[in-house]
Design a protein around this ligand. Structure first.
Ligand SMILES: [Zn+2]
Length: 119
């Protein structure tokens, strides 16, 4: 092997190492992002489960309290109130992003959904 040839191959190898290092950093960044996302999804999931349990308990109490003749209207009203509350707590109730965090922004899908339910 000639000396020039050898140096070429060393430099080529160095470039490959750098490219691999770059890929490795991207991979680590991706894992960090996924971990963070997973964590926030777990929190959100936990929050929604708690809310769901609360709402189920409330719905049960209402079911037991209501006279059997006209339960429909009250159920619907209560459901809309709960959805509005969930929305106000910062979560989507629209079928586009249902259950995910609004991240402090208003959502037109949610608002139109809620106003349709109220009318
Ligand atoms: Zn929404």
């Amino acid at each position: 092997m000639k000396e020039g040839n050898f140096l070429d191959r060393v430099m080529e190898f160095e470039q490959q190492l750098e490219a691999m290092h770059e890929q490795f950093r991207e991979l680590i960044g991706f894992v960090a992002k996924m971990t963070e996302e997973n964590h926030s999804l777990q929190l959100e999931n936990h929050h929604l489960r708690t809310r769901l349990e609360e709402l189920s308990e409330k719905a049960q109490v209402i079911d037991e309290q209501l006279p059997p003749e006209k339960p429909r209207r009250m159920d619907i009203g209560e459901g809309v109130d709960n959805l509005a509350r969930i929305y106000n707590e910062g979560y989507h109730v629209c079928n586009v992003h249902y259950g995910s965090s609004r991240k402090g922004e208003d959502c037109l899908f949610c608002l139109s959904f809620l106003s349709k339910q109220n009318s």
